[in-house]
Design a protein around this ligand. Structure first.
Ligand SMILES: Cc1cc2nc3c(=O)[nH]c(=O)nc-3n(C[C@H](O)[C@H](O)[C@H](O)COP(=O)(O)OP(=O)(O)OC[C@H]3O[C@@H](n4cnc5c(N)ncnc54)[C@H](O)[C@@H]3O)c2cc1C
Length: 384
């Protein structure tokens, strides 16, 4: 009998899962060996790693998103609408008032964003296309003053993004000839940049910021906002910082339907078997930003698209083996690289095995910048 696989979320993890399943199952134009239903509330899928380029006018909306229904090849069908309920016991999903039953379920619903201290009223949420382009509109008119890049709360996805944003803005202002009249400050509750990657990487990123005259204010916990001003708690004291233009990372929360479904575990996120990505429910997997994968006592695997894609490949492979009555034989390894853009057409890559202390940042080069562009181009070419 034809199997049905429910893929919850048509973002980076969900699209890769669907595509891999389709290929490995052997679905073709007129051959459907398994049905793959992809559920998403949005008709377009955004490639979020390009948002920092959008902040500095290097990308337009049409270049970083595409229609989700273009992934409908072979046995893939897209169901657009808010997912209203998920029942992992019975392997069902409800969307648009209709219940869909599957034989397997892969949850890749990402991190939801929640309002925090009415930040939207005073700055730009650069984790959305609207926020990133709104920031750029203001940046075009900016003629000097204070720019703040703010990490509002922890955890947040793509731990390189705020650093990348600050460096791209620096490069933009230098090109415009107004860097001397401007101050860029990055505020974060973190102790140091990217602590999960080890001390060397942290120090390297700090040195990069320093070389570009970008102020870094660590252990600054945002507690209040006002027009042109932010209040932080730091070292037990309250400090107020003024700004002329501000971009922020939003508060990340796990989607409520996932909490209601009983899929969350020791944290608000979904606990999984770190090798197979299976949840506590049989035949239900979770991948990407929605998962909680501890690396050690203090750190968890960063929420990054590169890992969502590797996890998608592992899960798809193992589901196909299971369908064929074979033992699943692939394990996810938290190894990978992501690119830290630094402006001026240069970047470096940060990566290695995230269970070890062997994470490295390589030297700044134009090649890594082109690698990042290649990732973006191949994302659209491969999937849409
Ligand atoms: C500014 C920025 C820069 C980044 N840079 C990088 C980078 O350089 N490298 C990197 O590896 N990663 C980067 N990332 C992170 C990367 O985008 C995420 O880690 C990745 O998208 C996670 O994939 P996912 O499938 O888990 O979630 P997502 O891609 O967020 O997909 C989740 C999907 O679920 C849908 N959904 C959620 N709730 C519902 C519901 N109730 N009903 C229906 N649909 C729903 C959403 O619409 C969405 O399409 C960046 C992110 C940002 C914001």
């Amino acid at each position: 009998m034809e199997k049905t696989i429910l893929v919850l979320g048509g973002g980076i993890g969900g699209i890769r899962t669907a595509r891999e399943l389709n290929k490995q199952i052997g679905n073709d134009e007129d051959v459907t060996l398994a049905k793959i239903l992809v559920f998403d509330k949005l008709q377009t899928s955004l490639f979020a790693p390009s948002l920092t380029w959008m902040m500095v006018g290097k990308r337009e909306m049409y270049q970083i998103q595409d229609d989700l229904d273009k992934i409908e090849v072979g046995g893939i069908e897209v169901v657009i609408g808010d997912i209203e309920a998920v029942d992992p016991n019975n392997l069902t999903v409800t969307s648009g008032g209709r219940e869909y039953k599957g034989d397997y379920m892969v949850v890749s619903l990402g991190a939801a964003q929640e309002d925090y201290l009415k930040l939207d009223e005073v700055g730009f949420n650069f984790y959305t296309a609207e926020g990133a382009s709104g920031f750029h509109e203001q940046l075009k008119q900016f003629d000097g003053g204070k720019i703040a890049i703010v990490v509002s709360t922890l955890p947040y996805k793509s731990p390189v993004a705020p650093y990348e944003a600050a460096m791209l803005v620096d490069s933009y202002l230098r090109e415009k000839g107004i860097r001397e009249k401007s101050e860029i400050t990055l505020f974060s509750p973190e102790k140091a940049p990217m602590t999960f990657a080890g001390e060397d990487v942290s120090k390297n990123v700090l040195a990069l910021l320093d070389s570009k005259d970008i102020n870094y204010k660590s252990e600054h916990e945002l507690v209040d906002t006002g027009v042109g001003a932010l209040s932080f708690k730091t070292n037990g004291k309250k400090v107020i910082e003024s700004f002329d233009l501000m971009a922020f990372t939003p508060k990340h929360v796990s989607p409520q339907i996932i909490q209601k479904a009983g899929l969350t575990g020791s944290t608000d996120w979904v606990d999984v078997n770190e090798k197979t990505l299976e949840t506590k429910f049989p035949k239900v997997y979770a991948i990407g930003d929605i998962t909680n994968i501890p690396l050690n006592e203090h750190e968890t695997l960063p929420k990054a698209g590169v890992f969502a894609q590797y996890q998608a490949a592992t899960v798809a492979h193992n589901i196909v083996r299971d369908i064929h009555g074979l033992q699943p034989d692939q394990e996810f390894k938290p190894e990978g690289k992501y690119i830290l853009e630094q402006g001026d057409g240069k970047a470096s890559s940060v990566g290695g095995n995230f269970y070890s202390s062997e994470i490295e940042i390589n030297s700044t080069s134009a090649i890594q910048h082109w690698v990042k562009i290649l990732h973006e181009k191949s994302w659209f070419a491969k999937n849409f």
